[in-house]
Design a protein around this ligand. Structure first.
Ligand code: FAD
Ligand code: FES
Length: 253
């Protein structure tokens, strides 16, 4: 894949677009890419990053990433024209068929869990599903893609310090506004998704997990999560190959 742009759009958040034949396979929102971040042996492991947007005609894919650790900082140093070693698309994404024309989907994202919801929202809108977004950030400086989500549907923003939008967590906003919806899609810290599930108790809910990964293809067990209500204590699911998106009630939040 060839990098078309790589620029900072918020505090530590970068937007990278690249082009290549692989993009034609990126049709399912919620899937992720496994990206080799450097040319050296260290860091050895690829980094999983969600597909944020895809232009199938132009064969372009956009990812958003937080340059925080060793690997993502290396990614932020890449330049236009550099080639990028990308595996994927991997995993099972958000099920578009779970919501039908005329219904309302609520998409709730926290921080760097927000990117996969953008491609999801675009595809839902194309299917005449009404979308509502709730996007949670720490502060105004951390916020990104708010205008882009607003172009697709109703969008509420929350910040912990109140510097942008509603002051508090996404769950504080939900408590206050009690928004109506048919299906819930969410991605962000597990604690956030747990609080959302307890508070909203959706009939239909889909949760995307961002566990630490090793192989990304189901071989190393680095990404296992415990199954809900498992009496044996030995049942688990692999986020990389069984997920990263799971329906309500499968994973112990
Ligand atoms: C399916 C999936 C999709 C993801 N999508 C995105 C995305 O679109 N954009 C994005 O920026 N990140 C995403 N992540 C998280 C991203 O993979 C990690 O943040 C990244 O691997 C960290 O690499 P690093 O080299 O920066 O950090 P490291 O040097 O490995 O670690 C730096 C810090 O990040 C923490 N960290 C590392 N991996 C994770 C993780 N998976 N989840 C939470 N904290 C982690 C570490 O505890 C440490 O504090 C996704 C993860 C998964 C599993
Ligand atoms: S990352 Fe290796 S099994 Fe999931």
């Amino acid at each position: 894949m060839t990098i078309v742009h790589n620029r900072q759009i918020a505090n530590q958040i970068f937007e990278m677009t690249f082009t290549g034949e692989l993009v034609s396979k990126m049709t399912e929102p919620g899937q992720f890419l496994h990206i080799r971040v450097g040319d050296q042996v260290i860091p050895l492991l690829r980094r999983p990053i969600s597909i944020c947007d895809v232009d199938l005609e132009e064969k372009r894919c956009t990812i958003l990433y937080r340059a925080e650790g060793e690997g993502t900082k290396l990614l932020s140093n890449k330049r236009v024209g550099d080639s990028l070693d990308v595996l994927g698309p991997l995993g099972n994404g958000f099920p578009l068929h779970s919501v039908v024309e005329g219904e309302t989907a609520i998409l709730i994202g926290g921080g760097i869990g927000i990117p996969p919801l953008y491609y999801l929202s675009k595809q839902l809108v194309q299917r005449n599903v009404r979308v509502k977004h709730i996007l949670g950030f720490a502060t105004r400086k951390d916020a990104f893609y708010v205008n882009k989500f607003e172009q697709l549907g109703e969008t509420a923003v929350t910040t912990i310090d109140g510097s942008l939008g509603y002051q508090g967590f996404v769950t504080d906003y939900v408590n206050h506004e009690n928004p109506a919806f048919d299906v819930l899609f969410t991605c962000g810290p597990t604690q956030m998704m747990k609080a959302i599930e307890e508070q909203m108790n959706p009939n239909r809910g889909y949760y995307s997990f961002e566990e630490r990964m090793g192989c990304g293809i189901g071989a190393c067990f680095a990404c296992v999560c415990p199954v809900k209500n498992d009496s044996t204590g030995h049942e688990y699911r692999k986020v990389c190959s069984d997920g990263p998106v799971f329906p309500q009630g499968v994973i112990q939040l």
